[in-house]
Design a protein around this ligand. Sequence first.
Ligand SMILES: [Zn+2]
Ligand SMILES: [Zn+2]
Ligand SMILES: [Zn+2]
Ligand SMILES: [Zn+2]
Ligand SMILES: [Zn+2]
Ligand SMILES: [Zn+2]
Ligand SMILES: [Zn+2]
Length: 401
Amino acid sequence: MEAPKEVDKVFRCLRCKSSWCRLCELPWNDDHVGQTCDEAALKIGVQKKQRDLERMASEAVMRKCHRCNLVFTKDEGCNRITCRCRATQCYICRAKDIDYTHFCRHPLIPLTPRTCCQKCLLWENPKTVDENAIIHFGPTASKYIAVIEDRCHNTHLQKAPAWKSCSLCQLAFRFGSEIHRCDGCEVMIHVECRENMPKPCIPYKPPCKDKAGGLRIVDYCADLRPRLPFVVLRCVRFVDADLHKPGLYTSNPSGVLGDNVLTVLHQEQQKSMQPLKDYDSHAVAECLLAFLRNVRDPVIPEVSHSDFFAAGTENPDDLEVCIVDLPAPHKNTLAYLFLHWQRVLGNADRNLIELGMFVRVIANAVMRVPHECKAATDVVKRLLAIDKSVYERVLEIDIDS
Ligand SMILES: [Zn+2]
Ligand SMILES: [Zn+2]
Ligand SMILES: [Zn+2]
Ligand SMILES: [Zn+2]
Ligand SMILES: [Zn+2]
Ligand SMILES: [Zn+2]
Ligand SMILES: [Zn+2]
């Protein structure tokens, strides 16, 4: 049992070698020793800084009127937002001063990705809205998303192995018949099922067994740009389709997937094109965290911790440099994850995520620090507040080279 905060109020973090007051979360240093929390706060004047951090994190996820700065969110109604100041804005892509020609006029076919045009949808019932579709097919789709979501399968013909069935229609292959196999995701399908194969191809990396000390992030990445572990790709895309789920990442799911997402993915990868389909987004989010906690090297490796801590608490502008300095699989993964987590927070009005808890959980997953490490939660708050174009650059710079 942990001692109550009132009894043992100093938290000493073994990772960043710093000490914090567990009551007020201020650094436990000469300014606080022998002083009450209020006295210390006054002395250091950091309460304001703390509030600024909270503000930065929540501003990153809000919509704002470009003319009068009114902050808003939307539940029902059409996506052409008219502010009290009469300025208009598209709720989906945030385009300014729009009229109804901004939106798609084509009839929609339910449950199918839209292919008619790239325009935003005027009406979208928030209950059936597919966040995934907005992100992936909307006019604001960025290049990295296009690269990931449009990746084609690379199939070639081979003889059907015994006792296997088609990943798409699930019917058994006739032994010895010709089938298609994708080099990327390793699925096997009937020749006649080839044209119905859904995109994208999520390249798979079979486990390399004899690595002493466990697998690193790079061991899960196919040799494609951006470099992302297939586990992260699968889980993020899955959770992205269900961003309204209450308690994502922050409450314990009752799902059975537990830490075994890897086992499931390894087993199901060749059997189904949607290996996670039997699970709910809650469990998959939890699995993603478990993967990040258990992979041999954290997304923000320990050697970079001091740089990130310094940037997180003193020089926020340096944070971008810290990210860019990480090895490719790490910086790509970090950028891809934080873009996703920003989308999760962007739906906080529906998934009701509590920011403090969310930040602690993420800090624990990407830096592997104790939940109370204040330096790490400060870093994560800043990472959540970074403009998404920074992360997009990190993911896209490698695509061309
Ligand atoms: Zn204190
Ligand atoms: Zn306005
Ligand atoms: Zn729009
Ligand atoms: Zn259209
Ligand atoms: Zn494939
Ligand atoms: Zn088939
Ligand atoms: Zn710490």
